[in-house]
Design a protein around this ligand. Structure first.
Ligand SMILES: NC(=O)c1ccc[n+]([C@@H]2O[C@H](COP(=O)([O-])OP(=O)(O)OC[C@H]3O[C@@H](n4cnc5c(N)ncnc54)[C@H](OP(=O)(O)O)[C@@H]3O)[C@@H](O)[C@H]2O)c1
Length: 284
């Protein structure tokens, strides 16, 4: 008997510019293969002036969704039909999901971070110090507030960005928070449960870059998280391990935001270990 043939694959993608070095395709397609899904994830360079046409094209071709990365995370919102709660709070979208005939913008970066954190500790009632006030820091800060963290101290080089983030967390996410300008080696105060580096310091090729941080104030048992995915074993990760801290590396956040995105698109909860191994192969 002839078997049924189907050459039509479900489509997902990443829109960004530059985007060629973004490893998400390797991670997501490893999950599709592992779970026997006839799906594709395409890495697409989209110029800002073409973003509207790209989204219309994705609609016309029935994409199940797509990730947005630099420089499209804010600009994409005007082309969508609605936003999830944390994307609306942050004003930034990294994952678009087709729900019925609508394209809905979600932000999975912070959710991925919180998933990785929950593997080590319950965020409820915790006190956090976070370096950085850019896109990653906003996503993490908002999601930590929604997860029940009690207090966040934002430490950032630019006071303007730091104060904007603190205002967002206080006014929109109703979180107790303060801004500390980042001048010299920062000493993590007593009573802090979680320390996060959400700056780009340590990202390849600047792999030996040192955070202005007094690492002797990282105490054993504290959770220390770094967002830098490449290389995963940053100087901060190594210092924190040497101090007896519990560590979340940048792959933890990257993999978990990918898990959430794949589940949004396909309805299948993918195996995080398969996705992490795919990234570890990419980063050698
Ligand atoms: N693991 C993941 O899943 C994941 C997801 C998203 C992003 N990331 C990573 O997160 C990092 C930040 O991304 P982003 O989108 O937030 O970037 P961004 O919006 O450009 O923000 C960069 C942040 O780093 C700070 N910074 C950069 N260089 C600095 C320096 N030399 N000294 C002091 N502060 C410095 C900036 O401070 P100023 O405000 O003072 O400029 C700002 O707070 C990137 O490395 C990215 O790869 C990881």
């Amino acid at each position: 008997m002839a078997k049924e043939l189907n050459f039509k694959q479900e489509l997902t993608a990443c829109f960004g510019k530059p985007v060629a070095e973004n490893p998400t395709q390797a991670m997501v397609e490893a999950a599709y293969r592992h779970h026997g899904l006839a799906w594709r994830y395409l890495t697409m360079e989209v110029d800002p002036s073409d973003l509207g046409d790209a989204v219309r094209g994705a609609r016309a071709m029935g994409f199940a969704g797509f990730n947005c990365t630099i420089p499209h995370k804010v600009a994409v919102i005007q082309h969508l039909d609605g936003l999830g709660e944390s994307a609306a709070l942050m004003g930034a979208v990294n994952c678009v999901v087709r729900r019925g005939s609508k394209l809905i913008g979600e932000n999975t970066d912070g959710k991925g971070f919180v998933t990785a954190l929950r593997e080590l500790t319950d965020p409820t009632g915790k006190r956090v110090v976070m370096f950085g006030a850019g896109g990653a820091a906003r996503a993490i800060g908002v999601e930590l507030a929604l997860a029940g963290v009690t207090h966040i101290t934002v430490v950032n080089r630019s006071a303007k960005r730091g104060e904007e983030l603190v205002e967002l967390l206080a006014n929109k996410a109703k979180m107790a928070t303060e801004f500390v300008p980042w001048r010299s080696d920062y000493r993590v105060p007593e009573g802090i449960d979680v320390f996060v580096n959400a700056t780009s310091i340590g990202l390849y090729p600047d792999v030996d870059a040192r955070l202005a941080l007094d690492v002797s104030t990282l105490r054993p048992g504290m959770v220390v998280a770094d967002v830098i995915p490449n290389p995963p074993r940053t100087r901060l990760v190594r210092d924190a391990q040497a101090r007896g801290c519990q560590v979340i590396d940048g792959l933890g956040m990257l993999v978990n935001q990918g898990v959430i995105g794949v589940e949004y698109w396909t309805g299948v909860r993918p195996d995080a270990n398969v996705m992490r191994r795919a990234l570890e192969e990419v980063f050698g």
